[in-house]
Design a protein around this ligand. Structure first.
Ligand SMILES: NC(=O)c1ccc[n+]([C@@H]2O[C@H](COP(=O)([O-])OP(=O)(O)OC[C@H]3O[C@@H](n4cnc5c(N)ncnc54)[C@H](O)[C@@H]3O)[C@@H](O)[C@H]2O)c1
Length: 356
């Protein structure tokens, strides 16, 4: 179960459950219409899931949205609203998000704002969405001025986790998800960092290990958000690596995957921590862990300090004088500090990120 303040909902983990009609019959409850929001590649990968949803009973529509970050725009939100309006979708009807974190972020926003809040079930299909984006109720839409600048909190009524979605993930997407897993290791659950998968082996060859990692990451996230749904206290620790990471992701024009950018953001936060506390070895440890699973530890995209710095100021969690920058001085621990001064921020960038 995931508790988000006064709301509790199940995170059910069962191999193959997404392709079974009874799963969906139970999830649908009393809805008269179901709207599946998904992208074309995901729909093509999982026809059995769409079939199982179709057989679950109520009338259903499939709203296909662009793949990846292109889904998280106000234009696509409008298209989803039009589809719901045409289907005479009510608040008692159900939105199903089938896809990665971009689909869960978009579908969560659409459900959360449709008639002030329609029902929502997440069916995550990437590792990143399974361990992170599908849990906790944050939704996000990008603007040209920054990532996730528009959003609401809207909790799903259940998350249907199914590890049979993982083997089809390209290695790069798997690594991107592992960045969020590793983040949980640094801020809360150090055992994760000693149990990382071997990138030379497939998911199926080390499925037990993936199940352990998913379980530890979900538990860590659930604990941090339980009493801080609105992101004013410990939940902010989950933003480790994200202040710089999301800025780098946006500045790269989304050529970097979300997790790759978060990996670079964690290297950067590690250097900031060293500069602020005088401690040593944090960057080295961070790079060592990230390298073990093949995540980037040096910035290769053409992103300047100025671009990153400007975008960091627009991070919605940053407000002057308030602690919002996350440090992990030791594996398994996190603290919040105010945004570093520009000179420190620039020094850290030059030390660990400057391309070339
Ligand atoms: N709301 C939150 O709490 C939260 C937390 C972390 C990240 N996010 C957001 O999540 C997004 C990143 O999510 P993502 O990494 O899942 O990206 P994504 O949704 O773009 O998916 C990545 C790619 O994987 C493909 N794909 C999906 N499932 C697949 C499968 N089973 N097999 C093969 N390919 C598959 C997709 O078609 C896509 O091309 C970012 O926008 C980020 O901001 C949100």
């Amino acid at each position: 179960m995931v508790r988000a303040g006064s709301i509790t909902y199940p995170f059910t983990f069962a191999s193959g459950q997404l392709g079974r009609t009874p799963t969906w019959r139970e999830a649908v409850g009393g809805a008269r219409t179901v709207a599946v929001i998904t992208s074309r590649p995901v729909a093509a990968l999982f026809p059995e899931v769409l079939r199982a949803i179709a057989q679950a009973g109520p009338r259903h529509i499939v709203v296909e949205v662009p793949d990846g970050e292109d889904a998280k725009t106000l234009g696509v939100v409008d298209r989803c609203y039009q589809a719901l309006a045409q289907a005479q979708f009510t608040r008692g009807d159900l939105v199903i998000a089938l896809g990665g974190g971009t689909v869960t972020d978009l579908a969560g926003f659409v459900a959360g704002t449709w008639k002030r809040g329609a029902r929502l079930v997440h069916a995550p299909t990437t590792l990143l969405a399974l361990v992170d984006a599908a849990i906790g109720g944050k939704t996000g839409i990008n603007l040209s001025s920054g990532k996730n600048l528009v959003g609401t909190f809207h909790q799903p009524e259940r998350v249907l986790a199914d590890d049979t979605v993982l083997p089809s993930l390209p290695a790069r997407e798997l690594r991107s998800g592992l960045a969020e897993v590793i983040k949980c290791g640094f801020i809360a659950e150090p055992a994760i960092l000693d149990d990382l998968p071997d990138p030379a082996r497939t998911v199926s060859q080390q499925s037990e290990r993936y199940l352990r990692l998913i379980e530890m990451s979900v538990r860590a996230k659930a604990q941090l958000l339980a009493d801080d749904v609105a992101d004013r206290g410990p939940r902010r620790h989950l933003n480790y690596g994200h202040t710089a990471g999301q800025a780098i992701e946006t500045a790269s024009g989304f050529t970097l995957r979300h997790g790759e950018a978060v990996a670079l953001g964690m290297v950067y936060a590690a250097r900031i921590c060293e500069l602020l506390t005088g401690a040593g070895g944090i960057v080295c440890d961070t790079r060592d862990v990230l390298t073990r699973v093949g995540l980037p530890v040096r910035l290769e995209a053409a992103v300047s300090f100025e671009q990153m710095w400007e975008l960091m100021q627009q991070d919605k969690k940053v407000s002057p004088g308030r602690p919002s920058f996350v440090l992990s001085p030791r594996r398994g621990t996190a603290t919040l500090t105010t945004m570093p001064e520009r000179t420190t921020a620039q020094a850290a960038f030059d030390d660990v990120l400057r391309p070339g």
